[in-house]
Design a binder for this molecule. Structure first.
Ligand SMILES: [Zn+2]
Ligand SMILES: [Zn+2]
Length: 381
């Protein structure tokens, strides 16, 4: 047998109808394509629908328990082909039950009103905006309720009418013969697609969908501390559902533009300052435009290349719980390359004074420079 329907729903082989229904509802809510559009999940959704179709129908379940597969065209076992309706015969009302919690066992027409889809929009912001938070105006194109028909889908002056094929029940029953005898199956009414009503004159504005696309402007508050990929949920600002159903949510995904000076890692900011050898030896102050304005970075005398200088609390605001990250300035010392005769003479005299004309050098294994740089970064020196 190809599929173990009991395992698919996670129920025991002797599970009662209530237990099967409960398991199916729980999975259907979790795996519904509107909630979870991932293709793998949709495959699972199809599987649980198939499993439920078989196990919720005592006749089909019996065939399955005897080793047949009621969903495969020749799987009836007896060759009568009485279950030819296959997956298409599955009542939509069962899925709708799972969502709207209709009383168990009660079947009927499905509602034209459904919840709308969630929508997502990307928003580019600068590092400064991410660090301190901001308010943005967003243009969104989504489905909104059609004003011509108020979401009903019927042209003004007309209304939906009870379907005469199913008499409003939304499903039609069919008696088929199989080796087990006569079996009654129900399927959604083909004339009204299971709605129980038909709209003879659809609204010309929305073609009967009950909604139209429109552009609106939304004001969104971006909290301080958001990062690339942060999603802000705006409840009820997504697509309005068919038939004037409630709107889904709108997600605003943050994309931070790169900054000319600072690189962000978590809530810390990093930059590199290049200073001449003499300044590193003698010490100096270098002006830096931080997020908070112009500040002097203090380079102490004897600063080495690769050393880093932290400016505490000058980074990005922590998204959860106040405080801010640090701004870390990495120092790179530049050795002069073009010396005129006078400069060269001065350096030779300095070297002689310090007894450094023939330095022996200090050798150590590996890349000490790189290592100490990493150490500095960890210790925040
Ligand atoms: Zn309309
Ligand atoms: Zn019908």
């Amino acid at each position: 047998m190809a599929t173990d329907y009991y395992a698919v729903l996670g129920v025991r082989r002797d599970a009662g109808q209530d237990e099967i229904k409960k398991a199916f509802r729980r999975l259907a809510r979790e795996l519904h394509p509107d909630v979870n559009p991932d293709p793998k999940t949709q495959e699972r959704f199809k599987e649980i629908n198939a499993a439920y179709e078989v196990l919720s129908d005592p006749a089909k379940r019996q065939v399955y328990d005897l080793g047949g597969d009621p969903l495969s065209p020749n799987g009836g076992g007896g060759g009568a082909g009485g279950f030819g309706a296959g997956a298409a015969g599955f009542g939509f009302s069962d899925i709708m039950d799972a969502f709207f919690g209709a009383a168990s066992g009660q079947r009927g027409p499905r509602s034209r009103t459904r919840r709308g889809q969630d929508a997502m929009i990307r928003l580019e912001i600068t590092l400064e905006e991410a660090a301190f938070g901001t308010t943005k105006e967003l243009q969104v194109d989504t489905a909104v309720t059609c004003t011509t028909c108020s979401g009903e889908g019927a042209a003004p002056g007309t209304s939906a009418q009870t379907c005469d094929m199913c008499r409003g029940k939304g499903e039609v029953s069919q008696v088929t013969r199989s080796f087990l005898g006569q079996v009654m199956t129900s399927r959604p009414c083909p004339q009204c697609q299971g709605f129980g009503t038909v709209v003879p004159t659809p609204c010309p504005e929305c073609a009967g969908d009950g909604r139209v696309r429109a552009r609106r402007t939304l004001t969104v508050k971006i909290p301080a501390g958001v990062d690339n990929g942060t999603r802000i949920q705006l409840a009820g600002e997504g697509e309005v559902g068919p038939g004037g159903g409630p709107a889904g949510d709108l997600y605003v995904e943050i994309a931070e533009t790169s900054h000319p000076t600072f690189q962000r890692r978590g809530d810390d900011l990093h930059c590199t300052v290049t200073i001449p050898m003499t300044a590193a030896a003698l010490g100096t102050q270098v002006p830096l435009q931080t997020l908070d304005g112009l500040e002097d970075v203090d380079i102490r005398p004897g600063t080495q290349s690769g050393q880093s200088i932290p400016l505490h609390g000058r980074g990005v605001t922590h998204l959860r719980g106040g405080g801010r990250g640090d701004l870390i300035v990495h120092v790179e010392v530049q050795t002069p390359t073009k010396l005129d005769p006078e400069q060269e003479d001065l350096l030779r005299r300095l070297s002689a004074l310090r007894g450094e004309e023939r330095p022996s050098g200090q050798f150590a294994p590996g890349q000490q420079g790189l290592f100490s740089r990493l150490k500095d970064a960890f210790n925040g020196r």
